[in-house]
Design a protein around this ligand. Structure first.
Ligand SMILES: CC(C)(COP(=O)(O)OP(=O)(O)OC[C@H]1O[C@@H](n2cnc3c(N)ncnc32)[C@H](O)[C@@H]1OP(=O)(O)O)[C@@H](O)C(=O)NCCC(=O)NCCS
Length: 370
């Protein structure tokens, strides 16, 4: 047996959803740069699920379905009200998404038709859950979703109860496009492993949320903001980063298992961070981020990943730090569910082996002698 730690470089499945070839990320063969500039998140979700971009009536129909499904069962909202006040936002999302299955009569219907309907439903309901959680913990009532608007618009609307600014909607929409899918990343793999047992789509997405929560994966965007807050001001950047590097600490938002020449999504988020900084007249977070990049790339050769500039983008949009990873989940739900549907289509149980390194030839010692 040859052990490959972290399964690095192991090709575990075929997939026609997204690819990373020579550092270029595509969804269904379309370069992410093209999609980031020219497609909405709703078009991208359709693309991931159906393998092609929607025409206008297909897009209208999808937006209509999102509107129809966006409200979550009252019982789920009542449960959120019972979560302890210090509940971690990703733990809340994981639990609430798991509980959605209890109120869906088709939760265990494994037909393709039911599974695509549940994929669309989960995509519609996750933003509602994240926004409701954010309000409930502040003692506010959840805001009911609006019909006929984009996921980005609805999320910001449900979060604040106010009509969101068009610039904020556009920035969030583009961030959602950039996070929607990413080949066999850890959370997608978790989703595929779960449903490869022929478990249901809710179990797959719940597993994925659990995997995304960790700071080596989706949790990195929040960790970047923690770092920016610790640094505090532009003048402290150099000494802080130099000390971290000297101590061999990881700098969150840098490095990647697959991209060694740079994450193609980062440049879009960097541009967004700069533009939002200019618009709001506060460039400090952007300038601090650029300085951090200069130091980390200069000294370690590590490039920023998708999480690095998303931290300053979301903060400039006045989104609380601990909602950054749930927003990643809002977007990645499209990719997770596309992969789950693909796994069901051509399923085989995912069950690798482990090289045993424990003791051998042991015997049960009677309890009194242990
Ligand atoms: C993404 C990540 C988990 C990839 O991990 P990986 O492929 O297993 O790579 P490793 O963690 O083994 O790192 C390889 C080397 O680069 C170093 N390195 C990797 N990322 C680093 C970072 N962000 N800061 C400092 N050093 C880093 C490691 O310390 C290691 O050095 P060593 O060989 O001297 O021990 C890793 O780069 C990381 O932890 N980044 C920070 C978290 C993050 O931003 N995650 C979001 C990913 S989109």
């Amino acid at each position: 047996m040859t052990v490959t730690k972290g399964l690095e470089g192991i090709v575990a499945t075929t997939s026609s959803i997204s690819s990373i070839i020579d550092g270029v990320l595509t969804y269904r063969g379309i370069n992410i740069d093209d999609l980031a500039e020219h497609a909405s998140f709703e078009e991208v979700a359709y693309l991931l699920w159906y393998g092609k971009l929607p025409n206008q009536s297909e897009l209208d129909e999808l937006i209509q379905k999102f509107s129809e499904y966006a409200a979550v069962p009252a019982q789920v909202l009542e449960q959120i009200k019972l979560y302890p006040s210090n509940t971690n936002s990703m733990a809340a999302l994981r639990t609430a998404v798991s509980s959605l299955a209890l109120y869906d009569e088709s939760a265990n219907d494994m037909s393709q038709e039911a599974n695509i309907r549940k994929a669309i439903k989960l995509q519609a309901q996750i933003p509602t859950i994240v926004a409701a959680f954010a309000r409930i913990r502040k003692g506010q009532e959840p805001v009911a979703p609006k019909s006929g608007v984009s996921i980005a618009y609805n999320f910001l609307y449900m979060l604040t109860g106010q009509e969101p600014d068009q610039v904020a909607v556009k920035a969030l929409d583009q961030a959602l496009v950039l996070h929607a899918d990413h080949e066999l990343n850890a959370s997608t793999f978790a989703a595929r492993v779960t449903v490869a047992t022929l478990s249901d789509i809710y179990s797959g997405v719940t597993s994925a949320i659990g995997a995304l929560k960790g700071p080596l994966h989706g949790g990195a965007n929040e960790a970047v903001m923690v770092m920016l807050e610790e640094i505090g001001s532009f003048d402290n950047v150099e000494s802080y980063i130099n000390a971290k590097l000297a101590n061999k600490d990881k700098i969150m938002g840098f490095g990647h298992r697959v991209y060694k020449g740079g994450d193609p999504r980062a440049k879009h988020l960097q541009k967004m961070s700069r533009e939002l900084g200019k618009l709001t007249g506060n460039m400090e977070l952007y300038e601090m981020s650029v300085k951090i990049e200069e130091l980390v790339t200069g000294q370690k050769g590590l490039k920023p990943n998708v999480d690095f500039y998303s931290a300053s983008v979301y903060t400039t949009l006045q989104i609380p730090r601990d909602l950054f990873t749930p927003i990643f989940a809002i977007s990645r739900c499209s990719g997770w569910t596309a992969h789950i549907l693909e796994q069901y289509e051509n399923n085989r149980l995912i069950r690798p082996r482990a090289e045993y390194t424990g003791p051998v030839d042991q015997k049960v010692t009677p309890i009194a002698e242990r």
